[in-house]
Structure formats: structure tokens, C-alpha cells
Write a protein that binds this ligand. Sequence first.
Ligand code: ATP
Ligand code: MN
Ligand code: MN
Length: 305
Amino acid sequence: EGEPVNAAQDRKPPKRTVSLTHPDRLYWPDAGVTKAGLADYYTEVWRLMAPFVVNRPLALVRGPDGIEKPLFFQKHAWKGMTRNVVLVKDPADPGEEYISIRDLDGLLGLVQGATLEVHPWGSNLDDWEKPDMVNIDLDPGEGVSWTEIIAAAHEVKRRFEEMGLAPFVKTSGGKGLHVVAPVKPKAEWPEVKAAMKALADGMAGDTPDKYVSTITKSKRTGKILIDYLRNGRGNTAVAPYSTRARPGAPVSMPLAWDELGGAIGPNYFTVDNTPARIARQAGDPWGDFRKAEAPIGFGGKKQGR
Ligand code: ATP
Ligand code: MN
Ligand code: MN
């Protein structure tokens, strides 16, 4: 009320034809989020989420009985999967079939299959070998403050910019932040992963009291793991706007850099408060994501100070 009207509110809701069995099943008992509530949430965010989940191989976290019961990390088709979900053969290994979606009905087909988290690859089906985005996952060890995680995100931002990449930030919906950049799909996975490893090793090398870049040191109290391992072929990271199978029904929320601060924690945004956020927002903080893509490697600038 009294807020400027977002043009998006005038748009018709996207077409939706998947019917849900057990719509009242509680997936997040603590937050009161049902299967039908999850489908409604994804219908609301679809317009913003679509570019990050359509036409990519997907891994899923499924939980047929909700977050308090067993969860499955799923990369392949399962029995009873709705026909709105598309199977795609890995061109490098046609024996491997992955899950993919083309539209909102595909995502709702995943909801029908009890999908509680959506984790896309960093490359799309046009060229599986060439990533079109990179992700640096900031994983805080014990005792790391939110202020320190934000400082790490700004340091990754600076290094991305030095490489000629456009950095975007989102909450993980869990404990940390993800710094993501759109990439012109030119370089292949090994080169891109090497560039992200160099970034992580650079941070850990320059500030070893704050940052580590190897998993074996990741349990170190008071330090942040600069996790670059989301950037290999077949590796995934949670999608922007995906829900998380964790208490409170948190979501991974795209932010503007100037929103980063004490008021918004890593799991601040949820299925419950996201519709109000996206209706209120003047713009969508990741709206220019695709337009900002830049090459990594030969064409890009050199990493380092
Ligand atoms: P947090 O902020 O709590 O670290 P996150 O999404 O960054 O949240 P995780 O949930 O620990 O971190 O997952 C890290 C990544 O590893 C996920 O993005 C996911 O794509 C991948 N992953 C998670 N579980 C599995 C699994 N069982 N097998 C393979 N990859 C997985
Ligand atoms: Mn993480
Ligand atoms: Mn991680």
C-alpha cells in the first residue's frame, strides 16, 4: 500500500497446467509451507528465476516427506517423473541422462516430484563444455561474523572486476553468500575452473588469516573457505530464487551490492517474504545479468594485483 506499482504486477500470471497430488503435504512443517504453497511461490518468482534454470542440466534436492525426513540429491530421472520435465543426454557421454526444464510447467513438474532445491550447471544445453556463469561460494567456518563474510564478497567482487567480469551477489539461503558472474561461453570448463582456482588461491595467499582455498582447511575456525569448486563440469550451485530444504523455508536471494549489510542475513529471505520483496522492488537486482557477460581467459584481463 502506498508503494509504487511495479509494472510486473500488471502482467498475467504465467500459464500453469501441472496438477499436484497431495497439495496440502507440509514440506516445511516449521514454516507451514505446503506443496501447493511451494508451487505458488515458484509461479510468483518464475519470471525472474527462469534465465537461471531453463535449458540447463539440473541437480535437485528432493524430499517426498518434507525437510525433516530423508532428502535425496538427484541428478538423474526417477520413476514417476512428470512429462513436463525434459531428459537430456550428455553429448560427451550419451549414456548419462540429466534432468532439464523448458518452462514453468517444467519447474512445477519438479515440485510435483517433491523438489525442494534446484541446482543448475554453470553451462547451458547449447554448449555443455563452455560455462556461461561462474560462482564463488563463500563458506564461513566456525566463529566467522556476517560482516567478515560481506567483506569477503567485496574482495571477490574486486577480483572479478579485475578479470573483466561483472559480479553479482546472492544469499545462499544457508550460511553464506555466493558471488556469481555471467560469462561469455568461449572458454571450456578446465580453463574456467583454473581461473576460479587462481582467484581463490590469490585471496588465501594474500590474506591467509582470513581465507582458505582448500577443502581440507575448510573446517578452520575463524576462516572463510573460498569455494571455487562449483566451477567444474557437472558441478552445480543452488539457483537464484531456489528454495532450500532447511528450516524456515529460506531461498537463495539475488541482492544489489548496496543491500549487503547487517539487516539481511544469509537466510533472511524466505518463501513467505519473497513475493512482497519482488513486488516492491523498483528493479530486479540481477535484471542485467545476461547483458553483463564477459569472456574468461584469453580475452579477459589477467588475475592478480
Ligand atoms: P551454505 O551457505 O550453507 O554453504 P550452499 O548452497 O553454498 O549453502 P551446500 O548446500 O553445502 O552449500 O552445497 C554446496 C554445493 O554442493 C551445492 O550448491 C550443491 O550444488 C552441491 N551439492 C550438495 N549436495 C551434494 C551432493 N550430495 N552431491 C554432489 N553435490 C552436492
Ligand atoms: Mn556455501
Ligand atoms: Mn561450498
